[in-house]
Each structure stands twice: as structure tokens, then as C-alpha cells.
Design a protein around this ligand. Structure first.
Ligand SMILES: C[S@@+](CC[C@H](N)C(=O)[O-])C[C@H]1O[C@@H](n2cnc3c(N)ncnc32)[C@H](O)[C@@H]1O
Length: 262
């Protein structure tokens, strides 16, 4: 198959999750204020993908260094190329390895955006407390964790659940209040609590597929057109008939308490 005519993948996404430019810039300003010229920060990005947020943090925080870990080599290569293009290649490593029981860390800033499932093999919803306990171990005293985690904004209806991913269940996610309680129980104080808005979801979901939609329109007879068509239609139906509305995403900026829980 000629790569030039194969369906593109995620080329319109800046971040691999719902996150606006404005929110990212505000978060980076707050987090970057923790660093000083004599104490630059170390960053560990769990399930980093191409690590766009980490790269922006490093650009904003002179001397800071980063390690991103992920299983997807294509996304890691995109991160390395972006780091090179921005003059950050000597300050960041993108490593292909699992985050479960990682030997990296502790770091001053630990990012875990849409990747809490990468930190353990616990099934939902137990993967969330398991991830919070792992993140507590991975952050230095006085450091920060930013967790981007799915939440229910409201209980999904049976019709919405049946339109979501296979085996979707009401017990799969916590609500925001319970998520924050779990973070506190894992040994954190919540320094900042925010949730993505509708524009961020719609931008993300549209950018997730728009390159493929344009490709499909331009390649109706392509050997991959039928399966690609089915894939994007299935995903769009999951969003529009299923999780659009009930599913939210919280970004928690967490400070470790001085004594970790037992
Ligand atoms: C929704 S993406 C988020 C990527 C990135 N954090 C961002 O927000 O742009 C989730 C990422 O977790 C990665 N992942 C899944 N399981 C993993 C594991 N066991 N170890 C490391 N990364 C993993 C996937 O490859 C994927 O890149």
C-alpha cells in the first residue's frame, strides 16, 4: 500500500485529548511558576503519545528536562521530531516502554493525560485509584501531578450506554467529587480542579476524524475506503449517540502531602 494514499492518522490533533490552547497555556504558566533558575524541573509524561504538553512546558521553563514513555512508536517519533524542530532534543527523551511499574521518576512534574490505564492492569474503575497511588510514588516532595481523567458528568442512560464502546457501564467512571476524594485518599491535595468544556470536546472529536473524512471524500474507490468508512462512522456514532454529554474529562493539579498514605 502506498503510504501517500493511505488514510492519515491524527494529523489534525495538537494534543491527543480534549484540551484547548488557552487551557494548556494557563496550566503551563501555573506549573512553570514552580521552577526557579537554580531549580529547573524534571518532567515525567506517562502515556505521553507525542508529548505536546510536555514540550510546551519545557519551552516555557528553561533548563527543565523531560522523559515521555509510551508504547506507540509512531507517536513517540512524532514527539522526537517536534522536539528536534524546537531545539529541545537535548532536554527530552521519548522512550518506547510500558508505564506499568515504571523505573523512571520521581519527577517534579508528572503528567498523566488520558493514560491512567497505563499505570496498572486494574480494570475500570479500579484503575483510577491504582493510578493515583502510582503517581503519588512518582512525584518528588513539593512537586506536582497533573492527571487528565475521564469522569461521568451525569449517569448515562441505557440508550447512551448501548451506543458507547463495548461493555460500557455506569460503574466505569467516577464523578468529579469522587475522583477528587480518591486523589486526597492517595496522598494529594487538589491545587486546581478543572473540567473540559463543550468546545474542547467538539474540537477534539472533529479533529480526531476530519483528516480521515477528507481522505474518504477524495478516495471513494480506495481498497481501504470501506473499512475506514465503517471505522469513522462507528466512532462518530459512539460519540454523538453515546458519550457526548455524560462523559467529561477532569484535569486535576495535585500536590503530594508530606506523608504518603500507607
Ligand atoms: C489518549 S492517549 C494520550 C496521549 C497523551 N498523554 C496526550 O494527552 O496527548 C493515551 C496514550 O496512552 C498510551 N498507553 C497505553 N497503554 C500504555 C502503557 N502500558 N504504557 C505507556 N503508554 C501507554 C497510548 O499509546 C496512548 O498514546
Amino acid at each position: 500500500m502506498d503510504d501517500a494514499t493511505s488514510p492519515p492518522r491524527l494529523t489534525r490533533l495538537t494534543f491527543h485529548g480534549p484540551l484547548s490552547e488557552d487551557r494548556a497555556a494557563r496550566m503551563i504558566r501555573r506549573l512553570s511558576a514552580q521552577a526557579t533558575p537554580t531549580a529547573p524541573m524534571s518532567v515525567l509524561d506517562i502515556g505521553c503519545g507525542w508529548g505536546e504538553f510536555m514540550l510546551r512546558f519545557l519551552e516555557a521553563t528553561p533548563g527543565s528536562t523531560g522523559v515521555g514513555i509510551d508504547l506507540n512508536e509512531e507517536d513517540l517519533a512524532r514527539g522526537r521530531a517536534n522536539a528536534e524542530a524546537r531545539g529541545l532534543a537535548d532536554r527530552v527523551h521519548f522512550l518506547q516502554e510500558s508505564a506499568a511499574d515504571t523505573a523512571h521518576g520521581p519527577a517534579d512534574l508528572v503528567l498523566c493525560f488520558g493514560a491512567s490505564h497505563a499505570l496498572s492492569d486494574a480494570p475500570p474503575p479500579d484503575h483510577t485509584p491504582a493510578a493515583l497511588h502510582a503517581l503519588r510514588r512518582l512525584v518528588t516532595p513539593g512537586g506536582r501531578v497533573v492527571l487528565g481523567e475521564g469522569i461521568w458528568q451525569r449517569t448515562p442512560t441505557p440508550d447512551e450506554l448501548s451506543a458507547m464502546w463495548p461493555d460500557a457501564s455506569p460503574g466505569e467512571h467516577h464523578d468529579l467529587a469522587d475522583l477528587v476524594d480518591l486523589a486526597i485518599a492517595a496522598g494529594f491535595r487538589p491545587a486546581w480542579i478543572e473540567t473540559v468544556n463543550n468546545d474542547e470536546w467538539e474540537d477534539f472529536e472533529s479533529a480526531y476524524q476530519s483528516d480521515v473524512e477528507e481522505w474518504l471524500a477524495a478516495h471513494p474507490g480506495h481498497p481501504l475506503a470501506a473499512e475506514t468508512h465503517d471505522r469513522v462512522d462507528r466512532h462518530r456514532a459512539m460519540w454523538l449517540r453515546g458519550y457526548r454529554g455524560p462523559l467529561g474529562l477532569a484535569y486535576l493539579t495535585l500536590i503530594p502531602t508530606t506523608t504518603p498514605p500507607a
